[in-house]
Write a protein that binds this ligand. Structure first.
Ligand code: ADP
Length: 613
C-alpha cells in the first residue's frame, strides 16, 4: 500500500530544483547583461580616452617636426622626450614618422636603432587620414592602434604621422576577472540556495509526510496518533482539520462498531434463523440459529447460493424469489440423514433508497413442532371417530337384529344383549380414558400425593392378580407371577390411585400379550436416586419399528388382536402421562417372539431408617 517515492519524484526535489533554477536563471541573465555592459563601457572609455590623448599628442608634435634647421638628432631627442611623457602602463609603443618616411622617434627600446631610418611599418605609408582600430597582434593579443596624421601649423598638409599601440587586452582581462568573480559568486549563491531550498521544501513536506503517515495509521484502524501543528499557516490549518477529521472518523467508526455489535448480538440471540444474501443470492450473513437449523458451518456456507443452501433449486429461481418474495414451507420431516425439520421461510428484499435491489433477507422459523401437533390432532380426531364407529356399528347390527324379531328368540336375545352391553362398556371405558388424557393434557389433574411404601403398594397390586388367577374358572388364561424385590422399604411420594392404574395397566398388558401359563417376573430395585419397577413377560414381544410408538395414543401393534382383547390403545399413553406427572420415566425393551420388559422409574430420596423411627 505504501509506495516508496524516489527522491527525484518528491515534492522536496521539485521545490529545490525550481528554487535553484529560478536563482541560476536570474543570476545568469543579470550577469550576462552586466558583464556585457561593463565590457562595452570599459572598452569604449579606454578607446575614447586614448583617441583624445593621441590627438592632443599629435598636435603637440607639430612644432618639433617643423623644426628643420637645427641638428636633426637633437630634434629627435626632443620628440622622444615628448613621447616618453605620454607613455603610460597601457602604452606598448609610440612612434613618429615624418613625411619622408623616416622614423623620427619610438618608445620601443628594442627599436632605437630604427630611428633615422626608413619606416618598416606598412600601415604608416599612408598617413593622410586618421585611423583608430582594434587589431590582433602577433602574440594573439588584442591591441588598440591609433594612426594620427601630424598636420603643419598652417593646417594644410600632413608633415608626419603618429603611431600609438595600446594594450587593450588588459581591459578585457579585467572584465573577464570580474565575470569570473561573478560566476564564482553565483555558484556560491547556488550552493547556499540548495541548502535553503531543501530546508524550505522540508518545512512544507514534513507536515505533509506526517499527515500521510497518520492517514495510513487511520486506515489500519489506529486513531491514537495526532499530527503535529507547526504553525498557523495553510499547512497548520490543514493539520488541524486533519486531526479533527481523525477524531470524527474514530467516533463514526466506534458508532458503526457499536451498531454492528448490537446487530450481531440481536442476530445471534434471535430464536429465528436469519440469512442475508447479496444481489446474486449468495449468502453474506448467517446467524447461529440458522446454522443450527441447517446443520452447517459458517465458513462453508458464506458465498454459497441460498437456493442451494435451502435445497429449493428445483422449485424456485432467484428471479422468482426477488419478484415475489413471500413465505414458503420447506418440509424435511421425511428426509434421511438430516435434521427432520419443517421450516417456514420468509423472504424479503433489501432495497436501497435508489430502488436498487441489493439482496435478500430470509428468516427461518422452525415449525416442526407446530406442524407435528397439527398432524397429531388430525390423526387423533380420525382415530377417535374410527374407534367409536366400530363398536357403534356392531351394536347397531345387533339391535337391528333384535328389533327385527330376534328379541323373541330366548337363545339368541340374551347373547346379543350381552354383546351390546360389552360394547357400551368398552365405549364408556374409552371415553373415560380420553377424558383422563385430555385432563392431563390441559394440566387440570392435580396429583394427590402422599408418602407411600412402594414395596407394599406393588405387593398389593400383584396380590390382586394372584387372586384372579386362583379364583377364575378354567377358561381364563393361567400365569405365574414371580417377585424379585429389594428388602429395603422404598418410600416414595406418589398419587396412589393413579399409580395403581398404571401398574394394573402394565400387568394387564403382560398377561394379555403372553401365552397361557407364562411367567411374569416383577422386580423392584432402587438406585441412588430412583426406584425402578419392571415387568417382564414371555409373550410375543414388540417389533423394533413399533417400539417408540407404543406409548402414542391409539397405537397398537396388532389392531385386530388388541381390540379382540378389549384394548383401546390408550393404556400406555395414559401411563406415560401419569409417570411424567410424577417426574419419572417409562420405557420398554423387547425381543420379538421371546417377550417384553416394561420399566417405570420414579424419583427417590433414600432416608435414614432412624429418621422414620
Ligand atoms: P392396548 O389397550 O391395545 O393394550 P396399550 O396402550 O396398553 O393399548 O398398548 C399399546 C400396544 O402396545 C398394544 O396394542 C400392544 O400391541 C403393545 N403392547 C403393550 N404391552 C405389551 C406387551 N407386554 N407385550 C407385547 N406387546 C405389548
Amino acid at each position: 500500500m505504501k509506495k516508496k517515492i524516489r527522491f527525484f519524484q518528491s515534492v522536496n526535489f521539485k521545490i529545490a530544483i525550481a528554487f535553484i533554477l529560478l536563482l541560476l536563471i536570474s543570476i545568469e541573465i543579470i550577469g550576462a547583461y552586466f558583464i556585457r555592459e561593463l565590457e562595452k563601457n570599459t572598452i569604449t572609455d579606454f578607446e575614447n580616452l586614448t583617441n583624445s590623448q593621441v590627438e592632443t599628442l599629435a598636435k603637440s608634435l607639430t612644432a618639433e617636426l617643423e623644426n628643420q634647421t637645427d641638428d636633426r638628432n637633437e630634434v629627435n631627442l626632443n620628440l622622444r622626450k615628448v613621447l616618453d611623457d605620454f607613455v603610460t602602463n597601457d602604452t606598448l609603443e609610440v612612434r613618429v614618422v615624418d613625411d619622408r618616411g623616416l622614423v623620427r622617434a619610438t618608445t620601443d627600446l628594442t627599436k632605437q636603432s630604427d630611428v633615422g631610418k626608413k619606416n618598416d611599418l606598412k600601415v604608416l605609408n599612408d598617413f593622410s587620414s586618421s585611423r583608430k582600430e582594434e587589431i590582433i597582434d602577433s602574440d594573439r593579443h588584442r591591441v588598440w592602434r591609433n594612426i594620427e596624421p601630424i598636420t603643419s601649423s598652417t593646417g594644410t598638409a600632413a608633415i608626419g604621422v603618429l603611431y600609438v599601440k595600446s594594450d587593450i587586452e588588459r581591459r578585457y582581462q579585467d572584465v573577464n576577472d570580474i565575470a569570473l568573480i561573478f560566476f564564482t559568486a553565483s555558484l556560491l549563491a547556488g550552493a547556499v540556495s540548495i541548502v535553503v531550498a531543501v530546508l524550505i521544501a522540508r518545512s512544507i513536506t514534513q507536515p505533509i509526510d506526517e499527515m500521510k503517515e497518520q492517514a495510513l495509521r487511520i486506515a489500519r484502524g489506529d486513531y491514537t496518533g495526532k499530527v503535529k501543528v507547526y504553525g498557523r499557516d495553510e499547512l497548520g490549518q490543514l493539520a488541524e482539520t486533519f486531526n479533527a477529521l481523525s477524531v470524527q472518523i474514530e467516533e463514526t467508526q466506534d458508532a458503526m462498531e457499536a451498531e454492528r455489535n448490537r446487530l450481531d448480538s440481536v442476530l445471534s440471540h434471535m430464536n429465528d434463523g436469519v440469512i442475508a444474501t447479496d444481489r446474486r443470492g449468495n449468502v453474506i450473513i448467517i446467524n447461529e440459529m440458522a446454522m443450527n437449523l441447517l446443520e452447517v458451518e459458517s465458513e462453508s456456507v458464506l458465498g454459497q447460493s441460498i437456493l442451494q443452501l435451502l435445497d429449493i433449486e428445483e422449485d424456485y429461481t432467484l428471479r422468482k424469489l426477488l419478484e415475489d418474495p413471500g413465505e414458503i414451507l420447506i418440509d424435511w420431516s421425511q428426509k434421511e440423514g438430516q435434521h427432520q425439520l419443517i421450516l417456514k421461510v420468509d423472504f424479503s428484499m433489501i432495497r436501497r433508497e435508489s430502488g436498487f435491489i441489493s439482496g435478500l433477507v430470509c428468516v427461518l422459523h422452525d415449525v416442526t413442532e407446530q406442524e407435528k401437533n397439527e398432524r397429531e390432532q388430525r390423526e387423533f380426531v380420525s382415530n377417535v371417530s374410527h374407534e367409536l364407529r366400530t363398536p357403534l356399528t356392531s351394536m347397531r347390527s345387533y339391535i337391528e337384529a333384535l328389533s327385527d324379531g330376534a328379541w323373541e328368540n330366548p337363545e339368541i336375545a340374551p347373547t346379543f344383549l350381552k354383546v351390546t352391553l360389552e360394547e357400551t362398556d368398552r365405549m364408556i371405558r374409552m371415553i373415560n380414558d380420553l377424558l383422563n388424557l385430555s385432563r392431563m393434557d390441559s394440566g387440570n389433574t392435580h396429583l394427590q400425593t402422599e408418602y407411600v411404601n412402594f414395596n407394599e403398594l406393588v405387593n398389593f397390586v400383584l396380590d390382586r392378580f394372584d387372586m384372579i388367577v386362583q379364583n377364575e374358572d378354567e377358561s381364563e388364561k393361567k400365569y405365574v407371577i414371580k417377585r424379585e424385590f429389594t428388602t429395603r422399604a422404598l418410600w416414595v411420594e406418589i398419587d396412589t390411585d393413579k399409580m395403581i392404574q398404571v401398574l394394573d395397566n402394565i400387568m394387564n398388558n403382560a398377561i394379555k400379550y403372553s401365552p397361557d401359563g407364562g411367567t411374569i417376573t416383577c422386580s423392584l430395585i432402587d438406585t441412588h436416586k430412583h426406584v425402578i419397577f419392571s415387568v417382564k413377560d414371555q409373550g410375543l414381544g414388540i417389533p423394533k419399528k413399533d417400539m417408540n410408538k407404543i406409548f402414542d395414543r391409539f397405537y397398537r401393534v396388532d389392531k385386530a388382536r388388541s381390540r379382540a382383547q378389549g384394548g383401546s390403545g390408550l393404556g400406555l399413553a395414559i401411563s406415560r402421562e401419569v409417570i411424567k406427572a410424577h417426574g419419572g420415566d417409562i420405557w420398554a425393551t423387547s425381543e420379538e417372539g421371546r417377550g417384553s420388559s416394561f420399566y417405570i422409574s420414579l424419583p427417590y430420596e433414600p432416608y435414614d431408617e432412624e429418621w422414620w423411627e
